[in-house]
Design a protein around this ligand. Sequence first.
Ligand code: PLP
Length: 348
Amino acid sequence: MTATFQNPLPSGKPNISRRGKELKYSREENPTVEELERIVASLDGYDDCLAFNSGMASISTLFLSRYRKRIVVNLDSYSATVGLALRLKAMGFDIEICSTDHLGECIKPGSLVFTESITNPLLRVPDLEMLRDSCIDKGAEFIIDNTSATPVLLKPSLFSDLSIQSATKYLSGTNDTVGGVVSGNELSELWEWRRVLGSILDPFRAFLIIRGVKTLELRMRRHCETALTLARWLQDHPKVKEVIYPGLETHKDHQIAKRLLKGFGGIISFRINGDARKFLMNLRKIKRATSFGASISLASIPHGSASSNLTEDLIKASGIDGSLIRLSVGLEDPEILIEDLDSSLKGI
Ligand code: PLP
C-alpha cells in the first residue's frame, strides 16, 4: 500500500516491476496489483493481465485504446457496456451494436468484436467457436467479457484474443469490493492507456480480490449446483411464467452451453405471473440488490439499469422489460433459498 516508490533501492539496484520498468508510482504499477494480474493471467490462460478500478474501467480503457477500429458490441451485453459504446459513437467512434443472433454477420475485416460469454441478464450463450473462427478468417480482434462464466466455466484463451472480467463479481466473491481485469498476450499498449487514464486498481482492493480468487473454483461449483436446482424448482412452480437458465433444456442456447461451458453459471432470470416488484419486496433472505457473484443471493429487476443506459428502441430490441427478475444464486443452503422464493411467490 503505497503511492510512490523509492528508487533506486539503497543497494543501488532499481526496484523493477514485471513490465521491466522501475517501480515509480502506483498509478502505473504496484506489486500487489501485479500479483493479482499474474494469478488472473494464469487462470485465463494468457501471458499477461492488467487490473483496473472497476469492470467498466477495464472496458472503457480497452475501447478507448482501440479508437482506430470499428467496434462491434453485442446488444445482449451488460447495459452499461452498450451505453458506453453509444456514448463513444456519439463522439465519432465507429460503433456497431448487434444482437447475439446477428453478431456473426457484423464481423468485418479489422473489427473489434465484443461479447459476453454468458450475457447479462438474458443469459444468452453465443457460439464462441463460430465467432472465434470468423474473427480469425476476417482478421478481427475478438474480446470476451467472461464475468458470468469466469475461467472456471470457460477458459477464454481457447476462444478470444483478450478477456475482461468485472472482478466485483465472482473473482472477489464476497461483495465487498469493485474491480476489473483484462487478460491477453500483448498488453503494453493498453498498459500505457491505463497509465494516462489513471484507471488502475488500488493495492488494497487487489489484495481483497486475491483472497477471493483462492476459493473461486469451489464457489463456482456450488453456485452452479444450487442454480440448477433452483431453476428446475422455479420451472415447476405454478406462479412462474418463464425461467431462463442455460442449464435448462428449454433454453435457446442449451446445446451451445453444454458444448462450451463446464457449468451453467450462478444466475437465473425469470418472469412470474404477478408483480415482479411485489415479489422482490416479499423476499426475506435473498437481498434486493443489483450485482451478482456474491456469497449471498441477490435479486433485482435489470430494467432499471437498462433504462439508464439504453435508448427506448434498444431496450425493446434487447427484450429486457420490467417483468424480468434476475436472481444471483449465492452459497446459502438451497432449501433456505427455496423457502424464501416459495413464500415470496405465495405473497404476490
Ligand atoms: N461486465 C458485466 C457482464 C457486468 O455484469 C458488469 C457489471 O454488472 C460489468 C462488466 C461492469 O463491472 P463493474 O460494475 O465492476 O464496473
